[in-house]
Design a protein around this ligand. Structure first.
Ligand code: NAI
Length: 335
């Protein structure tokens, strides 16, 4: 029997291509993994008549860990976001997104090393909207003491475990005095339990400017859901783009590892997508499983390919196909 059973959700668009490449690389590390493939989203709607089938949720709850490709969410009309639904169904309250530049990748800040901790269950991103009367819609922002305290604690625990020095809360409490005010109050209450870690805060608009101009002043950042969503893409841009930013959704019942980027329908099916972000999510997943040695080896193999710089995908100015890039990493792993 394999040592780990992991739920695998290939996803839509480029998802199956980058997930398959990542599975090959992770397996080449020698970690024994049995993959339990599940579907979700549009594919599940067609097959089971629901976007989030119970079988998929049960599989993740049973295995406690999933690797997931991006899902396509129709804009405007159509079903609501499956990613949001999945996070809610499993109460995956913390979204962790490391932002670290890779060798030889042209970017604004090659030395950057930040971590975004995004609250994953509340705020406007929860999509609680309704039509009040025709022509008027209401979108409800809910912020609770429980969720704000929980995410602040996660951010400080993460900082402590990783030996990081500072946690910054980003908010708009000057305008949304009650909702963002509560988020900020919970943040500072929790910070008292972590005297060795510096705690500060920045208003979100200023924070965005500071991130573009002087990002090295930040370390771990904690944000409510919608701000975290937007700032994640901004930060991905600082290190060279969306193809390079991994993510983990963590809760008590399980953890789902995925890239920050979406299903990239514009390049789907061509075998040219960059699998780096989902592979880095896979590396985070190996560490989450306690497979530190395999994680280090896969990371080193990937870094070596980047450092040599001969094999790179089209988004990074190269010509390598998804599989060629994966093969180069596998070759390094087999040494
Ligand atoms: P996107 O991230 O899919 O694509 C934005 C741009 O980045 C495109 O030009 C795309 O070709 C490029 N890109 C993204 N990932 C890449 C990769 N690995 N390699 C090379 N190029 C890459 O964002 P977009 O177009 O706004 O969304 C497309 C769909 O994905 C939508 O339905 C959206 O709802 C969904 N989405 C899903 C996410 C998830 O499942 N976690 C996250 C974000 C969006």
């Amino acid at each position: 029997m394999a040592k780990h059973t992991i739920t695998l959700i290939p996803g839509d668009g480029i998802g199956p291509e980058i997930v398959a490449a990542t599975v090959r690389i992770l397996e080449a590390s020698g970690v024994e993994i049995e993959w339990e493939t599940q579907i979700i989203g549009a594919q599940a709607l067609e097959k089971f008549g629901t976007t989030i089938p119970d079988t998929t949720i049960e599989s993740i709850k049973r295995n406690k860990v999933a690797l997931k490709g991006p899902l396509t969410t129709p804009v405007g009309k159509g079903f609501t976001s499956v990613n949001v639904g999945l996070r809610k169904a499993l109460d995956l309250y913390a979204n962790v997104r490391p932002i670290k530049a890779l060798p030889n990748v042209e970017c604004r800040y090659p030395e950057l090393d930040l971590v975004i901790v995004r609250e994953n269950t509340e705020s406007l991103y929860a999509g609680l909207e309704h039509v009040v009367v025709p022509g008027v819609v209401e979108s409800i922002k809910i912020i609770t003491e429980k969720a704000s305290t929980r995410i602040a604690r996660y951010a400080f625990e993460f900082a402590r475990l990783q030996g990081r020095k500072k946690v910054t809360a980003m908010h708009k409490a000057n305008i949304m005095k009650l909702s963002d005010g509560l988020f900020l109050e919970c943040f500072y209450n929790v910070s008292k339990e972590y005297p060795e870690i510096e705690a500060d805060d920045k208003i979100i608009d200023n924070a965005c400017m500071q991130l573009v101009m002087r990002p090295e002043q930040f370390d771990v950042m904690v944000l409510e859901n919608l701000y975290g969503d937007i700032v994640s893409d901004l930060c991905a841009g600082l290190i060279g783009g969306l193809g390079l930013a991994p993510g983990a959704n963590i809760g008590e019942q399980g953890a789902v590892f995925e890239a920050v980027h979406g299903s990239a329908p514009d390049i789907a099916g061509q075998g040219i997508a960059n699998p780096t972000a989902i592979l880095m999510s896979g590396i985070l997943m190996l560490r989450h499983l306690g497979e530190m040695d395999a994680a280090d080896r896969v990371e080193k193999a990937m870094m070596d390919v980047f450092t040599e710089g001969n094999v790179r995908t089209r988004d990074l100015g190269g010509t390598a196909k998804t599989d060629e890039f994966a093969n180069a990493i596998i070759e390094k792993l087999r040494g």
